[in-house]
Design a protein around this ligand. Structure first.
Ligand SMILES: [Zn+2]
Length: 196
């Protein structure tokens, strides 16, 4: 997760999530006002100067669940939020990339790990922060990791070694639980859930 963007992953309170956090028009710099534009049914940031309507929509977070034999790869965060806690490699999708390409890029940036994707595993709606998280199962091609600045340490964990109390994000915990459950069953599904 890149350093400039973490506010979207912070545990923002519901009041911070309402609309009304755009202050200035991105086109002309004028202060915006929040109102329902004609032929719309939601409050939007509308520029009183140039008339631009600034729409705000959910963001996609994409990542992987890298696996080597009976172990999964976790990254210890070197950045806020959740500094020092463990996460799966994941971050905000960039313009111009697919979910798969974004998941691979984040895995490279945060863990310096080479993986082969094995299909979508979880799709998690995090409505409270207006995000959708996608995690792909991934097979590690080797166990040499070269984590970037966002990561203190990238390490493999067996199920009974996972630091469950020190995971950075609820979506990471949900994804790991489903992974180990599916592995016990010997069959991997695609899981959809709403994180409230
Ligand atoms: Zn404007």
């Amino acid at each position: 997760m890149r350093e400039s963007a973490p506010p979207h992953l912070q545990a923002r309170t519901p009041t911070m999530l309402g609309s009304r956090h755009i202050k200035h028009c991105r086109a002309c710099g004028t202060l915006v006002e929040y109102r329902v534009p004609s032929e719309d049914n939601r409050e939007r940031a509308v520029c009183g100067g140039c008339g631009t309507v600034h729409y705000e929509n959910p963001l996609n977070v994409v990542g992987t669940l890298p696996v080597w034999e009976d172990r999964v790869l976790l990254c210890k965060r070197n950045i806020e939020p959740r500094y020092g806690l463990w996460t799966l490699p994941a971050g905000f999708m960039e313009i111009g990339e697919t979910t798969e390409a974004g998941a691979l890029r984040e895995t490279d940036e945060e863990a310096g790990a080479r993986v082969e994707l094995q299909g979508l595993f979880t799709l998690l709606n995090v409505v409270r922060v207006s995000q959708v998280h996608f995690f792909y199962r991934a097979r590690l091609l080797d166990t040499t990791f070269n984590p970037g600045y966002e990561t203190i340490e990238a390490r493999l964990f067996r199920e009974d070694e996972v630091p469950w109390e020190q995971l950075a994000f609820r979506t990471v915990r949900e994804t790991l639980h489903r992974y180990f459950d599916d592995r016990r069953r010997g069959q991997f599904g695609v899981h959809f859930a709403d994180i409230v």
